[in-house]
Design a binder for this molecule. Structure first.
Ligand SMILES: Cc1cc2nc3c(=O)[nH]c(=O)nc-3n(C[C@H](O)[C@H](O)[C@H](O)COP(=O)(O)O)c2cc1C
Length: 254
């Protein structure tokens, strides 16, 4: 019988996290019993630990934060370390990390942190993949949904007015293919990783990225962040303001 696989989305985002999307896609390629979790708050920790009791493999799908593991994941790792030692769990650990910069290799320090965690917790480190330009996966899935919606709308209009519906399907298929080409490295590595997860073998560490030349990626990322800063940051807001810590951000003095 195949061992149960626990997949953990480590993004703190409630919606539209790249890690959540990758976790669901990777899950489709994994055979046997699977359980999906999101690790956002301390309340999420216990159900995950309980699920680990009868699991054989665990897949952490995480964003890269400040060149490492997101800080809200660290206390969970500490708890998991103690839990695994107490219960004598010998899980196989895989990691899929994604980051904002274009190079997937940026995830190497995170991978090393996870490998060290496995060594301390008595777990088997089985490697994984690091994905650069992860944000683009979100852009792509939104674009696919929008293009699909537009295709259906146009189909409806053409059905009323008359016209070539097949042409619309062909053009949607072509756009889809273009987006898939951008992800070909990620898809290939995810398939390769799935083979290892299914066999329970060491996958090694592999790094890939969205297949966009760096100078184009950086140009679009810059435009994106300038636009976002107008909406979320204001134009000159904060340039001369007094420092006012909000209620949530208390300075602790001993
Ligand atoms: C607080 C914070 C720190 C980040 N640090 C890095 C970093 O060091 N290197 C990097 O390439 N991307 C960094 N990013 C970008 C995220 O890794 C990237 O947006 C990722 O796709 C988010 O995945 P998610 O949607 O699953 O949360 C950072 C993002 C945030 C919010």
């Amino acid at each position: 019988m195949m061992e149960k696989t626990v997949l953990i989305n480590c993004s703190p985002k409630k919606r539209l996290s790249v890690s959540g999307f990758i976790m669901k896609c990777q899950g489709l390629m994994i055979r046997g019993q699977k359980e999906y979790f999101q690790l956002r708050t301390p309340a999420d920790r216990k159900p995950i630990l309980n699920a680990l009791k009868d699991a054989g493999k665990v897949v952490f799908v995480t964003p890269l934060y400040v060149d490492s593991v997101p800080s809200h994941v660290l206390p969970f790792m500490k708890e998991m370390e103690e839990f695994c030692i107490e219960n004598g769990l010998k899980l196989k650990v895989y990691v899929i990390a994604n980051n904002g910069f274009i190079e997937g290799k940026q995830n190497e320090p995170l991978m090393q942190a996870m490998e060290n965690f496995c060594a301390r917790a008595g777990l088997t480190w089985c490697g994984g993949i690091g994905i650069g330009g992860g944000v683009m996966l979100n852009v792509e899935r939104i674009m696919i949904a929008v293009m699909f919606g537009l295709m259906l709308l146009n189909m409806g209009l053409r059905a009323v007015q008359g016209g070539n519906v097949l042409e619309l399907v062909r053009s949607f298929g072509f756009s889809l293919l273009q987006l898939l080409v951008l992800c070909c490295g990620i898809i290939a590595y995810a398939l390769r990783l799935a083979v290892h997860i299914n066999k329970g073998t060491d996958a090694g560490k592999w790094y890939t990225r969205i297949m966009v030349p760096s100078f184009i990626f950086i140009l679009f990322a810059d435009i994106f962040f300038v636009i976002i800063s107008f909406f979320q940051g204001g134009i000159f807001r904060g340039w001369f303001s007094r420092f006012q810590p909000d209620a949530k951000c208390k300075i602790i003095t001993r």
